[in-house]
Ligand binder design. Structure first.
Ligand code: ATP
Length: 260
């Protein structure tokens, strides 16, 4: 048995009842290119789970399967105990409102003010608030949560990279998601701004008890934020464990991630 498998078995004994997101035996190929080859993942309530994998290892493919943008060849994905591959569109939309997604590069609407960017998801998911929504106070509260209340009437072009990332996070938070998927939350930011974003992610997790799935290449981000990590290698969850445990591994495939 490889060391990776050993670590995997160890973490499988964690509490089963707090599972908010689970991927089982996920397979996805493109022709002969077997990208995911039996990937498993479990996210627990309130947990910060970091997934690391080399470029091209299949992290985006996994996320796309998870949010329904891509169909897996085999495997199951369940959110809050519901298998998303078997749900109808309406139920899926309701479930989606519980999942926040922070895209790489923020993805704000450039032609809208910060306020309008934040109002957008509220309109799309008005069912979540039973039509009873005080848009203005939700927008202000979400911006206060990321320390940017004063930016409410600015355009995205007037914001720095770090501010854009914060606004994008506020836009994710406004729907009060139970799970947040972060795709490379610190990419393209200088080290100080990256650290600010990591601190903000930690504060949000503490305040709302959100469960977070964080895809990152940034070893420092992983060290600070992760309760647990999964290394996606050869299409599987090759190794799982705490940063402290994985970073001293002697397995060359695992060691390669922690070289500075
Ligand atoms: N739609 C597609 N059609 C064919 N091949 C694809 C498609 N999407 C992804 N792939 C292939 O799947 C593999 C994994 O790609 P993916 O984008 O998931 O990597 P990644 O781990 O997210 O990389 P990065 O860190 O560079 O973003 C790559 O070999 C890629 O070429």
């Amino acid at each position: 048995m490889s060391e990776g498998e050993h670590i995997s078995k160890h973490t499988n004994t964690m509490n089963q009842k707090d599972i908010v997101l689970q991927i089982k035996d996920l397979h996805k190929s493109f022709g002969d290119n077997r990208v995911l080859n039996g990937f498993n993942m479990t996210l627990h309530k309130g947990e910060n789970l970091v997934i690391m994998g080399k470029s091209g290892s299949g992290k985006s493919v996994m996320i796309k399967c998870l949010v329904g943008l891509m169909e897996a060849d085999k495997g199951s994905i369940s959110v809050m105990g519901k298998d998303i591959t078997t749900l109808n569109q309406e139920t899926l939309d309701i479930l989606r409102a519980d999942i926040g997604f922070l895209f790489q590069g923020s993805a704000l609407y450039d032609s809208m003010t910060v306020r309008e960017n934040l109002e957008f998801p509220l309109r799309r998911h008005s069912e979540k608030f039973d039509g009873n929504v005080d848009t203005n106070s939700l927008v202000i509260k979400a911006l206060e949560n990321v320390g940017l209340a004063e930016a409410i009437d600015l355009m995205p072009s007037e914001l720095s990279g770090g501010m854009k990332r914060r606004v994008a996070l506020a836009r994710t938070l406004i729907l009060q998601p139970k799970i947040i998927l972060y795709d490379e939350p610190t990419s393209g930011l200088d080290p100080i701004t990256a650290k600010e974003i990591i601190i903000l992610m930690q504060e949000i997790q503490k305040k709302y008890g959100t469960s977070s799935l964080i895809i990152t290449h940034d070893v420092d981000c992983a060290r600070v934020i992760s309760d647990r990590m999964i290394l996606l290698i050869d299409g599987i969850n090759y190794a799982e464990g705490a940063y402290a445990q994985l970073s001293i591994s002697k397995d060359p495939k695992i060691k390669a991630f922690f070289k500075h």
